[in-house]
Design a protein around this ligand. Structure first.
Ligand code: MG
Length: 377
């Protein structure tokens, strides 16, 4: 089998309620720069990465694929995924301009497409190719009812709805200009949860170390399971300080690009819940290395979603460090076999591949026409 053609395009998919806010961002669409890798045997691998739907940067990601990684792949056997990962990762001119950021996101989409092809060639869902079991009970927690712009009443109502559906864990956003607004919302949601349910909070990097320490007693009082991204993403000493002084465990990883970055955080005890993201790291190949590393430190891996649920569902079923996965369903109508939750647990997918195969109407509905293969008009 060899690669014959590379196709790229971007989808911009509306998020829930027409827009969402967290402590740092306002997002109306989820951006998904896609790559489809075609082969001489007719199999097609689909990969994508995730963005805040900025057309210029989405176009830049596709340009890296179209102009740099794509030509390197033509004629190669797509099943040799790890060897290809190494070749792309260490390509001199690309390494020079970025070992994280746009080049890394482009690499992630390509790597996901290659794993999708490898699983399709084996006629297996990716989780089984990776050694997972169909008996795995992967718990879901919901984030999509907890945005910072939602009213207190909406938060409580959404919490009740999720509990009625069988969930046992939810996450809400914090990082409001007034800290006591956050405290009030945490108390209301906690009061709406059964005693055995878990509540997580996510500041998306909005605070200083001092602000995080100021809210810390309230988080402990409400038995918050983790505080996610309290401060600036790369502030390693700051996270060490928080890990030492706070009762509540720290979760992070959605803005770390490399295995090396995770090693640095894990080695000094700056993270407890490891939220590796396969489309922020250089794909499934690097995600698996991070998950193994976290497992060696006996830390749980809870992949970041927002919304890359399709890919991470397969990884979380397969990897022994995973038992919990986030639910954000923005792209669910795009896929042939969308991720689904039943009684608070993810349904195990059955189709061959990585779960990334798109419905035709997803492209009709959400493709941005003036980038990639759709357009240049
Ligand atoms: Mg987060």
């Amino acid at each position: 089998m060899h690669i014959t053609r590379i196709e790229t395009f971007v989808l911009h998919v509306p998020v829930s309620g027409g827009g969402i806010e967290d402590g740092m961002h306002t997002v109306a669409h989820w951006g998904a720069p896609f790559v489809r890798i075609h082969t001489d045997v007719g199999l097609i691998g689909t990969g994508y990465t995730g963005t805040h739907a900025h057309l210029g940067t989405d176009r830049a990601i596709l340009t890296v694929i179209d102009e740099a990684y794509g030509p390197m792949l033509i004629g190669k056997d797509p099943r040799e995924v790890l060897a290809l990962w190494d070749e792309l990762q260490h390509a001199g001119p690309l390494q020079w301009v970025g070992r994280s950021g746009i080049t890394h996101l482009a690499h992630s989409a390509v790597d996901v497409a290659l794993w999708d092809l490898k699983a399709k060639a084996a006629n297996e869902p990716l989780w089984r190719l990776l050694g997972g079991s169909a008996q795995t009970r992967l718990e879901a927690y919901d984030t999509d009812g907890g945005w910072l712009d939602r009213s207190d009443e909406d938060l409580v109502r959404e919490t009740h709805m999720r509990m009625d559906e069988g969930y046992k864990a939810v996450k809400i956003k914090v990082g409001s200009p007034d800290m006591m607004r956050d405290v009030g919302r945490i108390r209301q949601v906690r009061a709406a949860l059964p005693d055995d349910a878990r509540l997580m909070v996510d500041a998306n990097g909005a605070w200083t170390v001092d602000q995080a320490l100021a809210i810390s007693p309230y988080l402990a009082e409400q038995n918050v399971t983790w505080l996610e991204e309290p401060i600036w993403y790369d502030d390693l000493p700051g996270h060490v300080t928080l890990a030492q002084k706070m009762h509540t465990p720290i979760a992070l990883g959605e803005q770390l690009y490399t295995l090396d970055a995770f090693r640095d955080f894990l080695a000094v005890g700056a993270v407890h819940f490891v939220q590796a993201d396969a489309v922020r790291l250089a794909g499934i190949s690097e995600w698996w290395q991070v998950a193994d590393l976290a497992h060696a430190y006996r830390k749980p891996v809870v992949p970041h979603i927002g919304d890359m649920m399709q890919i991470h569902l397969h990884l979380a079923i397969a990897h022994p460090a995973c038992s919990l996965l986030e639910r954000i369903p923005w792209m669910q109508t795009c896929f042939v076999e969308p991720a689904a939750v039943k009684d608070g647990h993810f349904v195990v997918p059955q189709h061959p591949g990585a779960g990334t195969t798109l419905r035709d109407d997803a492209i009709e509905r959400f493709a941005v026409r003036n980038v990639g293969s759709f357009g240049r008009s």
